[in-house]
Design a protein around this ligand. Structure first.
Ligand SMILES: Cc1ncc(COP(=O)(O)O)c(C=O)c1O
Length: 399
């Protein structure tokens, strides 16, 4: 009999890294618990309450008995609403049906379902870089290889077909897309998106299009893949209610994909989590179907994000920092002042220790000489934090 057990990570998670965005938030919380005043611009979480009509609909649903398991793939009215929404964007003859929708516990689970169902050992998946930290880990958890395709900072890090093609091999099976982007705030124009979808179709690649920020766009509406796609038999659209409706805690996301893939993801989810929380599905249904009262709140949240962006950007740029102008989502991506292989992490540490501001090092997004600042916080906090960022940058020396 063994004397004691020592945990050794299995092959499945041997290479797994903790989510750096969550790690920074935890460090900030620990400092707060010690009594330090911290401005936390690490997390990508809207600071607004879920709109009241959605909360009321959820409460009513619970009173009416929405307390039991549902179908693994989610309640039909929600999947119908998601399909109807998709069909407003997609003009092809193959209309989106509810059978092609799988509702999950947040778009994070939807993305993971898709990665596991589509990719496996020996497969390569192109990941435009910088990208949200979890793509690399999810592809790895599927035992496939994430291939970083670095965008050009001068183009806001956006990639194009030539750049993607240059990283392709016969093992390439798919591609992650995210517009508007976390962490850059970049938004692909319709023609840019279409060109990438065309390349993927030509090469036989799957496209996983993460559109969680698609409603948060400051200029023209950000196009989703279904707005420009001429076919969708290689397309998985991922979305959810977390960001646009300030519903992070409700944990509802979904995939729209061809039916056989939806069936496979559904089978996978049936053995991992089953259905997403029933009350949350009813809340999401309200978000998508209540219309004017909810839409007005979404618009006012987006307007507020824009106000914060416009108030803070001149402070950062005035300090001589290189900042990408976000056209969507709610992040500033900033070239870290200072030099060295991990200038971003050094800057984040200095900022947290000296000025009590938590932001995320670019290493989380595979660009270690950048940092990400979330402006999903009160304007006064965002502005104050940016002044502090400017101070530390001036100390370290910009440029
Ligand atoms: C690009 C991106 N995709 C997906 C998610 C996950 O969202 P959800 O709360 O729906 O799981 C996030 C959250 O930060 C994100 O930034």
């Amino acid at each position: 009999m063994a004397d004691s057990f020592v945990f050794r990570p299995s092959e499945n998670i041997a290479a797994l890294k903790e989510s750096a965005t969550i790690a920074v938030s935890q460090r900030a919380k620990a400092l707060k618990a010690e009594g330090r005043e911290i401005i936390d611009l690490g997390a990508g979480e809207p600071d607004f309450d879920t709109p009241a009509p959605i909360r009321a609909a959820a409460a009513a649903a619970v009173e009416q008995g929405a307390t039991r398991y549902t179908a693994v793939e989610g309640i039909l009215p929600l999947r119908e609403a998601i399909a109807a929404d998709a069909n407003r964007a997609y003009r092809g003859p193959d209309r989106v049906t509810p059978a092609e929708v799988v509702v999950s516990n947040g778009s994070k689970q939807s993305l993971y379902n898709a990665c596991v169902a589509l990719f496996g050992p020996g497969d390569e998946v192109l990941v435009p870089t910088p990208s949200w930290t979890s793509y690399y880990e999810m592809v790895g958890l599927a035992r496939a290889t994430a291939v970083e395709v670095h965008g050009d900072p001068a183009r806001g890090f956006k990639v194009d077909p030539a750049r993607l093609a240059a990283h392709a091999t016969p093992r390439t099976r798919g591609l992650m897309l995210n517009s508007p982007s976390n962490p850059t705030g970049g938004v692909y124009a319709p023609n840019e998106l279409r060109a990438i979808l065309d390349l993927a179709a030509d090469r036989g690649w799957w496209v996983i299009s993460d559109e969680i920020y698609v409603r948060i766009s400051y200029d023209a509406p950000a196009p989703g893949a279904l707005d420009v796609a001429t076919r969708r038999d290689n397309l998985v659209v991922v979305n959810g209610v977390a960001k646009a409706y300030a519903m992070t805690g409700w944990r509802i996301g979904w995939t729209i994909s061809p039916a056989p893939l939806a069936k496979a993801m559904n089978a996978f989810q049936s053995h991992t989590t089953s259905n997403a929380a029933t009350v949350s599905q009813h809340a999401a249904l309200a978000a998508l179907t209540l219309g004017a009262p909810v839409e007005a709140e979404v618009q006012s949240m987006v307007a507020e994000f824009r106000k914060r962006r416009d108030a803070a950007l001149p402070i950062l740029r005035g300090a001589g920092l290189t900042v990408l102008e976000p056209a969507g989502a709610f992040y500033f991506y900033i070239k870290a002042p200072g030099t060295g292989a991990d200038a971003g992490a050094a800057f984040c540490t200095a900022l947290l220790e000296r000025e009590g501001v938590a932001i995320v090092p670019g290493s989380a997004f595979r660009t270690p000489d950048w940092v990400r600042v979330s402006y999903a916080a009160a304007e006064s906090q965002v502005v104050e934090a940016c002044r502090r960022i400017a101070r530390v940058a001036a100390d370290i020396g910009v440029g």
